[in-house]
Design a protein around this ligand. Sequence first.
Ligand code: NAP
Length: 495
Amino acid sequence: MSNTDTPIHQVLIVGAGFSGLGTALRLQQNGVDDVVILERAADIGGTWRDNTYPGAACDIPSNLYSFSFAQNPRWTRSYAGSDEIRDYIHWLAEEYDLRRLVRFNRSVTGLSYDDASGVWTATTEEGDTVRARSAVMAQGPLSNPSFPNIPGLERFQGKTIHSADWDHDYDFEGKAVGVIGTGASGVQIVPELAKQAKKLRVFQRTPCWILPRLDFRKPDWQKAVFRKLPAAQSAVRNGLFLAHESIATGIIWDTPVNGALETLAKAHLRHQVKDKWLRRQLTPDFKLGCKRVLMSSDFYPALQKDNTELITWPIASISENGVRTGEGIEHQFDCLVFATGFSVPNSGTPFPVYGLNGRELGQEWRRGAQAYKSINVSGYPNLFMIFGPNSGPGHNSALVYIESQIEYIVKGVTTLRSLGIKALDVKDDVQATHNRRLQKRLAKTNWNSGCKSWYLTEDGYNATMYPGFASQYARQMKHLELRDYRLLSGSGAPQ
Ligand code: NAP
């Protein structure tokens, strides 16, 4: 089929994770049914489809880590494991009949906008062309596993596993295992591997602040109440939301609450680790909040098991047999586990995106990404992003942010239809003012206080986090102000 014969849909969405499916769901509920979702994998679920490592769970309470418009009374734990979250996503897809919109095994290679028709075209590795009036990039920021740049990595002869691509057939029983990375994934994996491996060595480059995680089984009566009285679940959700909002004052900014959280984290460490030297190795030297604050009550105990040891010497290289550290020791392993995070495109795009007059977003973002309210970029009409620049939460549920972005997209798409216009393009000066203010506010946050994290580009530009409360973020997304946009009319493709 030639390009001009390809049907023009109302909306094309890249990615069938929480964001893509949630957008499709809310669009349908608002009368926009002509939606196509392009998904590179063979199943839905995004990061929760991929992150199935032992111990994978969410460190935000389940009642808050779900959509408010599709609550789940069935959560079995205060903090759900990845399998339950995956089940919830699958339930969403069945309940709202979303799978029929998804084209699986379609890896998007580019998005381009045609000025004359006002139509976006997505191309895929498999040779498809999909056209639509609006495009939504919902591919997720944490979708491409990152292996560290350690000399000799390719020489290792044993088994290698990345946290985001787990091999469930590999048997750790009786094996010598090295784990590289002690971030959010690492602290969840280590306690599980410590139960199975014969010898476990954990390579830590930077210790993180860790708060206790109060995980418990939810009583059956609570599930019954939530099923019968959804308002009760909403009330609990609101309570959890407010509790997390109040913690923002200590995570985002350097306030007395920040000091109190550091004291709590140190008390947690002192309570769980009696050995002074180990405690010193596990004590961060940066402000709490600068890197992601971790939640774990079983990481420190796992490190002190007889079969486990924390290694803080820097890794010099990887050899055929294992890991060589700075002091010249070779640690030999059957398996190396990489809990080393993701390649985050905060100074580029995951695939080329061409806007008005052929401009290319990756080029414009090469020194750091920026957008208007994290969702639109000037020169790229009718293009919406979920988890675009500066929408990252540091203290509250990602789902709260995703939800307000989804509602904004629904407003954008339905406004196009009701005004009968070709496109909405955010004004350049509005975007510039928005970003000047954001960066000014970011300069005062803990994220920009000097540590190294995936929130910042190599030269320290923060293109990732939102410098405020989740409620502030949601408030700014409540209204789509037409005066902030150029309304492009003309003989575009029919809607
Ligand atoms: P991450 O936070 O980027 O942590 C990567 C770890 O690998 C860090 O400890 C890092 O050390 C280490 N590392 C990287 N390169 C290294 C090298 N060359 N040598 C030694 N160590 C190296 O990745 P992640 O733990 O997968 O988490 C990523 C994000 O996923 C989180 O921030 C969070 O947003 C999300 N996540 C969420 C949950 C949840 O419960 N909600 C769970 C897992 C993940 P340095 O710190 O020194 O760089």
